[in-house]
Design a protein around this ligand. Structure first.
Ligand code: HEC
Length: 396
């Protein structure tokens, strides 16, 4: 496909994806807050769970929640589902444009696993589908009566999967996959459980029958799962743009910490919205987690680091390496199929441009191995060490 067309698809899909996700997460946070702040009041009609007063946009809102449903179907009903569906559809399309059309750059890393492009795409697709089925099985199993067990098993499952993904795909691909998987679980909760249950409830109401309260409870539970998964998924989606996160040795451990921190941080807000005592300890845990991540991002590239050469090499050695490993993409005439112009406008083809980008080179190819993508031009640990020594010696 035409490179310019792909570039535009990338932009438009990303825009749509971010906007849809904002709308979805926004409404999801809003409803969780609303649910937690509902107060049962004596004057409320039968069948209601509680009420809340809110002020916004120049007026007051009086919200009342009916459990499971009002006795009569209202004439107008607003549904919340297309925000979630659009987020998934645009996200999957973006996955196709960025990863499936270009598996060699962002999905495969031959130093991790020597995959054929088609194999990488097939593994990616089925991994998403199968792991979602695993989650669905867990939620429907007899364990579901104990949500703490479900949360713990879910956590271990996601960390194991992260470890697996980081040993099958390149770091960036792995981050996106675990994020995409969690996102898929969340959208599927809406598509497979929450909305169908809501429809069953409405059908019963129209037929003049009492709906099963279990349907409402099940939807509520899935919506709570989604609430706790939101922060990790957003971190992972942003994290795949940060080489020190995805292309360093303990990338999987960083994800494990984030998967734990996200729910802990949500807990703080959930407790507050429910009007309970704010669990301030959460911020201590969050700070400890972030410091641990900071420390782990310093562990160096995944292929390991070589000892720095002494004495520090002259610039000519660095220039040779960068020109032979980077300039076929980051040059005035890119020689790589599928890359129209120097990516991100970064040229690395002469002394001036290399010196100008020294800090970025340090991040993407010395402290991490994000570049060359998938180590496609076979940069060695010794070569990274030569650049590291030159940087440490004051870039002479
Ligand atoms: C096969 C082509 C290719 C090679 C070889 C390559 N890059 Fe890149 N580079 C890319 C692409 C594609 C991107 C844009 C990635 C993205 O979309 O985030 C990029 C982005 C970058 C960025 C910007 C990162 C950011 O955070 O915005 C830097 C810096 C960079 N490359 C440095 C290097 C260095 C240093 C080398 C050699 C060691 C190198 N690249 C080799 C394709 C390449």
């Amino acid at each position: 496909m035409d490179v310019v067309l792909i570039e535009w698809l990338n932009l438009i899909l990303r825009w749509l994806h971010v906007v849809a996700a904002m709308a979805w997460i926004g409404s999801s946070f809003y409803f969780i807050h609303l649910d937690l702040s509902l107060k049962p009041e004596a004057h409320l009609p039968k069948g209601t769970y509680g009420e809340a007063w809110q002020v916004h946009g120049g007026g007051f809102y009086h919200m009342v929640k009916y459990l499971v449903a009002p006795t009569r179907m209202p004439d107008h009903l607003t549904w919340f589902k297309w925000e979630a569906y659009t987020t998934w559809l645009s996200g999957f399309a973006l996955m196709v444009v960025v990863y499936y059309l270009n598996p060699e750059l962002f999905l495969i890393d031959r130093s991790v696993l020597d995959l054929e492009p088609q194999a990488a795409v097939v593994i990616s697709f089925f991994a998403l589908a199968l792991t979602w089925l695993g989650y669905e099985g867990l939620c429907r199993s007899s364990l579901r009566s104990n949500q703490t067990t479900v949360a713990l098993i879910g956590y271990v499952f996601l960390v194991a999967l992260t470890y697996g993904f980081t040993h099958v795909f390149g770091g960036r691909g792995a981050f996106t996959h675990i994020g995409a998987l969690v996102g898929t679980i969340m959208v599927a909760n809406v598509f497979v459980v929450i909305i169908p249950n809501q429809k069953k409830i409405i059908d019963r109401l129209i037929a003049g029958q009492e709906p099963d309260p279990q349907w409402g409870a099940e939807s509520k539970l899935r919506s709570v799962h989604n609430n706790y998964l939101t922060l990790p998924v957003v971190f992972l989606m942003i994290g795949n743009h940060y080489p020190l996160l995805f292309a360093t040795r303990f990338n999987w451990l960083i994800v494990a910490i984030v998967l734990a921190l996200g729910p802990v941080i949500r807990h703080f807000f959930n407790e507050r919205h429910a009007g309970r005592k704010s669990p301030w300890w959460v911020w201590g845990v969050a700070a400890a987690g972030m410091i641990a991540i900071l420390y782990l991002t310093n562990a160096g590239p995944r292929q390991g680091s070589a000892a720095l050469p002494t004495p520090a090499p002259a610039f000519a050695a660095v220039e040779d390496i960068v020109i032979s490993r980077c300039s076929m993409c980051h040059g005035p005439e890119t020689a790589w199929p599928g890359i129209a112009a120097a990516p991100k406008g970064i040229f690395l083809n002469d002394e001036v441009s290399i010196r100008q980008h020294a800090r970025l080179i340090d991040i993407v190819s010395v402290r991490s191995d994000a570049m060359p993508p998938g180590n496609i031009t076979d940069m060695s640990a010794d070569e990274r060490a030569i650049i590291a020594a030159w940087l440490a010696d004051g870039r002479k």
